[in-house]
Design a protein around this ligand. Structure first.
Ligand SMILES: [Zn+2]
Length: 268
């Protein structure tokens, strides 16, 4: 229990679990339901309310609710502090060990994260800060979802923020596009498989990690194109990931799940 915040009605604020220049995240308990939630502490200003607006728009556009964007459960204004109580996830993709990544886990993360981009798009929202630290998953269900929409924006609007390493080149130049989030998604896929950020402009993931399917690797490479018009749209990205997942196969020797055009993770 964090006694400094013991005045927040309905919640017990616990340990700090993450911190950026914009937000501090605590593990908290919803006192009425006894459930663990993530309590995000922001400044109570226009920027602070921006994320609430994005989360509410996405939830409203995806009834009954989006399942690949963390659910906003409650908010509380406390003078200069603004609290967002959101669904709790166990780990972000940063905490995964790339050496232990398997085809089925990659497919599941790729499908959930591309579904989340479509759920945002349906609400007219593009996230300019898609990166491993902003996608989290739950043990048990394995469901992955976006947990931080502080740098999401409405389609056609100016960028509100980004992380330099993951950002699409057009955003740096001040011209955000509708495929900016596909770029961050692809860099995220590269990182969770190889353990390092970014491949060269002509590299494909399957050249480095043979169990990654060729078509999936080609999709990731296309999403990393410097020209936003040469990338697939958010919807095309989702459809192509879905196709690869639907056509997954089993290795005839060891029965492990594999990409239809990738090597077996065990047998090579
Ligand atoms: Zn095998």
């Amino acid at each position: 229990m964090n006694t400094y915040f013991d005045h927040i009605p309905g919640y017990t604020i616990g340990e700090e679990i993450a911190r950026t220049i914009r937000v501090i995240v605590y593990k908290a308990t919803d006192d009425a339901e006894g459930k663990v939630v993530a309590a995000k502490l922001l400044r109570n200003d226009k920027d602070g309310h921006h994320e609430i607006e994005m989360l509410r728009r996405i939830a409203a556009s995806n009834p009954p609710r989006p399942v690949h964007v963390a659910e906003l459960k409650d908010t509380y204004e406390d003078g200069d502090n603004l609290w967002l109580f959101v669904e709790y996830f166990d780990y972000t993709l940063v905490e995964l060990r790339p050496k232990e990544m398997k085809p089925l886990a990659l497919m599941s993360i790729a499908l959930d994260s591309s579904t989340g981009l479509v759920e945002m798009y349906r609400a007219g929202v593009i996230d300019d800060d898609v990166k491993p630290g902003n996608i989290a998953f739950k043990f048990g269900s394995g469901r992955a979802a976006y947990i931080d929409l502080g740098c999401a924006r409405l389609i056609g609007h100016k960028t509100v923020g980004y992380t330099p390493e993951y950002v699409a080149p057009e955003i740096r130049r001040g011209h955000p596009s509708d495929t900016s989030s596909c770029y961050g998604w692809a860099r995220t896929m590269e990182e969770i498989v190889t353990g390092k950020f970014g491949l060269g402009p002509h590299d494909v993931l399957s050249d480095y990690v043979p169990w990654v399917g060729r078509e999936f690797a080609r999709l990731v490479a296309q999403c990393c194109h410097h020209d936003p018009n040469k990338r697939p749209s958010v919807v095309e990205l989702f459809e192509r990931v879905k196709y690869e997942v639907q056509h997954k196969q089993r290795c005839p020797r060891c029965n492990a799940i594999k990409f239809r055009d990738g090597k077996c993770v065990n047998c090579g």
